[in-house]
Design a protein around this ligand. Structure first.
Ligand code: LLP
Length: 424
């Protein structure tokens, strides 16, 4: 997103589209994504690991729009899923011809997979289950036998590595619910080695999200590599190592070079892998889609309560919950840039009946008036995918822009659709 002339545009592929015209055509609140940037980010990872066998398995939860899954699948990406619903999305995005090929690049993470979810993933022939407990492995063995389909699995190990991030999205410490303590993993692999319907094909790790240093990724991967060597010595045919996702972006206006970040990340992972001969899987989510998305919203009202000025937008916490949930910072930029606009300190809030429904507090912004459009930046990851219909609000529409061409990839919901599953 960049200012072209006097207004904010979605730029990419040598062209630009004005957010103002998209808001006019599709209404607000509206998520706008740069497909060019998403593709560019995926290629950064693919190029950084070009010298070794690897698959970038996009973490679907970050943004599960079918249009975005299609874009990334077409780039040769695989997918990291955490539910039967996400598997259904991958299959829908692939279409019947490619469904089999694309599900062959799926890894299935998550601490609470159900029997039904395992069954659908086994039927789809996914690449690998990232198993998070012994009890889960027992159920997977049962389902695999029942369906007479071999289940390829990796244990997701908990490496007990500290990575600095928000406490809600840190996962790599033994205090967290995720994975199997790395010290116990070898025993678990050994216990299931002879099982006819299970095949241990990998080891996986994921230490958390929005991690901006690369050292914790290296530390975690070093522990995984050591385990792989032990397992191979035990006779296991370990072929994949999955480093998980979690590489962070910069929210806000700071200078940020995504290419340099991916390079540093790749060097750290590469250093840990050394000469290990294994197919590398990584599961980036936020890094691929976060900065490619903006939530465009219109100012409904402005008002003063005592000392404070409030800017009330038509987007709310149900559309983008990150500020309310994680005190996350999202830059807010007026879509129309007014030269020499006065700055003022405001709270930007939504219409939902919760005091937590804010996008910014005491933020200095150019003066905004009723009817103005604003863009909340870096909203492509965990935006719509974490949205809800709270207050019976219709969720935003979504537009994907590529090379100057804008396509609606999700139309706005209707009230009838919201009530459809309900009975009086
Ligand atoms: N792999 C696994 C197993 C994960 O649990 C996650 C994210 C990812 C990959 C992708 O992580 P990423 O590359 O996107 O950091 N809602 C929070 C983030 C939750 C992350 C959950 N797991 C937020 O808005 O910051």
């Amino acid at each position: 997103f960049a200012v072209c002339g006097d207004e904010l545009c979605c730029v990419g592929g040598g062209s630009s589209v004005e957010l103002r015209s998209l808001a006019q055509e599709y209404g607000t609140p509206l998520y706008v994504y740069s497909g060019d940037q998403i593709v560019e980010r995926a290629r950064m990872f693919q190029n950084a690991f070009a010298d070794r066998a690897h698959t970038v398995c996009y973490a679907v939860k970050a943004n599960s729009a079918l249009g975005i899954l299609r874009l990334l699948g077409d780039q040769g990406c695989g997918f990291d899923i955490v539910s039967g619903g996400e598997l259904a999305r991958v299959i829908a995005a692939a279409g019947p011809e490619r469904a089999h090929e694309w599900t062959g690049r799926v890894v299935f993470s998550g601490v609470g997979k159900t029997a039904e979810e395992m069954d659908s993933a086994l039927a789809a022939g996914i690449l690998q289950f990232n198993v998070e407990s012994e009890a889960e492995l027992e159920l997977l063995a049962e389902r695999a036998e029942l369906l007479q389909r071999k289940a390829r699995f990796a244990l997701r190990v908990n490496p007990d590595v500290f990575a600095e991030t928000h406490p809600y999205i840190s996962t790599g410490l033994s205090a967290h619910k995720f994975g199997i303590a790395i010290g116990l993993a070898r025993g678990v692999y050994a216990r299931f080695r002879e099982h006819a319907w299970l095949e241990a094909t990998g080891v996986s790790v994921h230490i958390g999200s929005q991690i901006r240093q690369v050292e914790p990724f290296q530390a975690a991967m070093e522990r995984v590599v050591a385990l792989v060597r032990e397992l191979r010595a035990d006779g296991a045919n370990i072929r994949t190592v999955d480093g998980g996702g979690g590489l962070g972006i910069e929210y806000g206006a700071e200078e940020f070079s995504p290419a340099a970040k991916v390079c540093a990340y790749a060097n750290a992972v590469r250093a840990a892998l050394g000469d290990l001969d294994a197919h590398l899987l990584i599961e980036p989510g936020r890094f691929l889609v976060g900065q490619a998305g903006a939530l465009v919203s219109r100012v409904l009202y402005t008002k003063r309560n005592g000392e404070k000025k409030f800017v009330i937008t038509d987007a709310a916490m149900n559309d983008l919950i990150r500020p309310a949930l994680y005190q996350a910072h999202h830059e807010i930029v007026p879509v129309m840039q007014v030269a020499d606009a006065e700055a003022e300190t405001v709270d930007v809030v939504g219409p939902v009946c919760e005091s937590g429904d804010f996008f910014a507090r005491d933020r200095s912004l150019p003066e905004l008036e009723q009817g103005d459009l604003v863009a909340l930046l870096d909203a492509g990851a965990y935006g719509l995918s974490l949205s809800s219909n709270y207050n019976t609000r219709l969720r935003p529409a979504e537009v994907l822009v590529r090379s100057g061409e804008a396509k609606l990839i999700r139309r706005r919901e209707t009230y009838e659709e919201l009530f459809a599953p309900e009975m009086v």
